[in-house]
Design a binder for this molecule. Structure first.
Ligand code: BTN
Length: 234
């Protein structure tokens, strides 16, 4: 189906697709057995030793209204895949996937624009599969292996992509409401007191809901704030 490129080593699968996207078709998927400069959100390093699943999907969407929701769709697809191995998973808004409060997957979406128009979106996924040295990472993290699950990275990739391509066209048309119930079922912070780091601002409040655009609705005193980005701490 999609155009699949596999490397033994890359700096970053996201960086590779951003550099080469002009010559590649929509739907290209790039995987790498390891990354030497894997990147996370907010310019963080994404540790990318052998054993993990590192891939990026190149999208050339026909509609751009709901692009922020693509990462949320991808987090639901990763959840569905992990659930097929019997795991209980949660989404940490906007798109981290956690097991027992420990991060197992992160998603980084980057747009490539020219003259103010979005040419392409690169959606990168890092899933902890066979690693056993995640204690060195600054936040609590876990791999499938540490959870006692043996899974092949190519099997995981196929399952995630099957879920993703099935729902992608509908998401582009309908936006977050299409995945709202699937997302909210797995959204651990609903109704909880949280801290959100939003740029230089630190906000405290109660998570009241997600908005129809997939943004966090945070009750801070009298105000209900709709947050589109940020780092959530429960
Ligand atoms: C995060 O949780 O901060 C997002 C992590 C995203 C990591 C993946 S691994 C594949 C792709 N290539 C990168 O350099 N980053 C993403």
């Amino acid at each position: 189906m999609e155009h699949l490129l596999h490397f033994d080593e890359l700096d970053s699968t996201n960086s590779y697709l951003k550099k080469t996207q002009e010559n590649l078709p929509h739907g290209t998927v790039v995987t790498s057995a390891r990354q030497t400069a894997g990147r996370g959100r907010y310019s963080r390093i994404w540790e990318s030793e052998r054993g993990g699943l590192y891939f990026s999907v190149l999208l050339k969407p026909t509609k751009t209204d709901f692009l922020p929701n693509l990462t949320q769709l991808m987090s639901v697809c990763v959840c569905r895949t992990l659930e097929s191995f019997g795991l209980l998973v949660q989404i940490k808004w906007p798109n981290d996937v956690l097991v027992n409060g420990q991060k197992i997957c992160g998603i980084l979406s980057e747009a490539v624009s020219r003259e103010g128009r979005i040419q392409a979106v690169v959606l990168g996924v890092g899933l902890n599969v066979g690693q056993s040295n995640l204690a060195s990472i600054s936040q609590p993290a876990v791999s499938l292996r540490e959870l006692g699950i043996q899974a092949e990275t190519n099997v995981l990739l196929k399952k995630i992509l099957d879920f993703f391509w099935r729902d992608y066209p509908v998401l582009l048309e309908k936006g977050f409401p299409f995945i709202a119930s699937a997302y909210k079922e797995r959204f651990g912070a609903l109704g909880k007191e949280v801290t959100v780091q939003n740029g230089n601002e630190t906000l405290f409040g109660m998570v009241e809901d997600l908005s129809p655009r997939g943004a966090l609705l945070l009750r801070t005193g009298q105000h209900l704030q709709e947050l589109f980005t940020g780092d959530l701490m429960v």
